[in-house]
Design a protein around this ligand. Structure first.
Ligand SMILES: *Cc1c(COP(=O)(O)O)cnc(C)c1O
Length: 427
């Protein structure tokens, strides 16, 4: 597949045409378990002497096509699909860290990720040290001899910051740490973090990859390029008693390069259970087929909205990474040549009350807590998605009371702009 271009691989990658399934569309494998050929086959599967289907919590044929397609599109070596983007992030961390370990993370994060990092992981002995993702020296200062991973978002929430990925990649190299990037806002069509030094890429499939607001899912893509034999990575070097003493960095044979994805399937997924349903895996495969077209239009419409809001009398400020003059525009043209995605944020004149009137006056936009739907969406983060943060934390995260977040959909741009205009006039 790798000789084909992205658009072609988005439609075809990982679906075999000469297998047992003659269907042109991918089938949904609605089964919980799989027949063993005989007792030896069963024993070999359980002993990891042979890889194969046992139980759908661990592996499923529809999920497998989704995983191999996502690995292909992101330029990785293997992938693991999970029940949600949130579980993909959680499993990525606990696949590397044990109690006493630390990660260094960008402070500009999705609300749920911030809560996981700041208040849940510490209860289990994993400390997350936050830094401004745009200040690479500040990131470096947070690294200690307990650090086991670096974490950031391709377009940081909520202020849509775009970091210098190569500088983060160099830092990861220098300290021999895996760089984990949540690339939900960019998708593999707009950005492939592995090309700039990332080792693990996480997506919420729920958003643009699914693209239609119909299912929850996540995926973790393993670059296959990180050396896990460094003894500081406890989980990859100590024998696992639950799998006959296997050491994941050493004993997987041909699969050693993808030890990260393998261990995540065999330990967190198998034993903690955030499995994706085959039906949802199928929905996300439908999404991959049209991803390039949709991301182009999302980006084009979002840019038009940002340009419309820029300089509008009712608007205090607007932020879109692809807007001319945006502080990130140099990095955007380097990293995101196909477009800067579908998210636009802006500050409305008149603060919180005007923001509420704006949201309540929208007719075409849906007021809800999601992004990446084919339909246009709007929300006021300070009172919803980020309301679990205190006022101080909100301000630190770049959230002011007048802050409005838009996820621009695929409607005709004139209808989108007319809805925004009438709602601004009512604010
Ligand atoms: C939505 C989202 C998540 C969480 O994904 P779910 O599928 O909702 O669990 C994580 N990161 C980002 C950037 C997101 O937008």
């Amino acid at each position: 597949m790798s000789s084909y271009r992205f658009e072609t691989r988005a439609l075809h990658a990982a679906q075999s045409r000469d297998g047992a399934d003659p269907g042109r569309a991918v089938s949904i494998a609605r089964t919980t378990a799989y027949n063993f050929r005989d007792t030896e086959h069963a024993a070999n599967l359980f002993a990891l002497k042979e890889l194969g289907y046992i139980y759908t919590r661990i592996m499923n044929p529809t999920q497998d096509i989704l995983e191999r397609r996502m690995a292909d599109l992101d330029g990785g070596a293997a992938a693991l699909a999970l029940a949600s983007g949130t579980s993909a992030i959680f499993y990525s961390i606990i696949n590397v860290c044990v109690a006493g370990d630390e990660i260094v993370s960008s402070g500009n994060l999705y609300g749920g990720t911030y809560t996981m990092f700041s208040s849940i992981l510490p209860d289990y002995g994993i400390t997350v040290r936050f830094a401004d993702p745009l200040d690479i020296d500040a990131v470096r200062e947070q690294i200690t001899d307990r650090t086991r991973a670096l974490y950031l978002e391709s377009i940081g929430n909520p202020a849509l910051s775009v970091p210098d990925f190569e500088a983060w990649g160099k830092l990861a190299e220098e300290f021999h740490l895996p760089l984990i990037v949540d690339s939900t806002f960019t998708t593999p069509y707009l950005f492939r973090p592995i090309e700039y030094g990332a080792h693990v890429v996480v997506h919420s499939l729920t958003k643009w990859i699914g693209g239609h607001g119909t299912g929850i899912g996540g995926v973790v893509v393993d670059s296959g390029t990180f050396d896990w034999t460094d003894p500081k990575f406890t989980t990859f070097n100590r024998p696992d008693d639950s799998y006959h003493g296997v050491r994941y960095a050493h004993d997987l044979g041909d699969l050693n390069p993808v030890a990260f994805a393998m261990r995540m399937r065999l330990v967190p997924l198998r034993n903690l259970g955030a499995a994706i349903s085959p039906d949802n895996a199928w929905l996300f495969l439908q999404g991959t087929e049209t991803l390039p077209l949709r991301m182009e239009r999302h980006s084009q419409n979002a840019k038009a909205v940002a340009e419309y809001l820029h300089g509008h009398e009712k608007v205090e400020w607007v932020r879109y990474p692809g807007l001319f003059g945006d502080p990130a525009s140099k990095r955007v043209s380097r990293y995101f040549p196909h477009g800067a995605g579908g998210m636009v944020v802006f500050g409305i004149q008149g603060g919180k009350a005007a923001g509420e009137r704006f949201i309540n006056s929208l007719k075409l936009f849906s007021h809800l807590a999601n992004v990446g739907d084919a339909k246009s969406l709007a929300i006021h983060p300070a009172s919803t998605t980020h309301s679990q943060l205190g006022e101080e934390q909100q301000r630190a995260a770049g959230l002011s009371p007048e802050f409005v977040r838009l996820s621009i959909g695929l409607e005709h741009i004139d209808d989108i702009l007319e809805d925004i205009e009438q709602a601004l006039q009512s604010s």
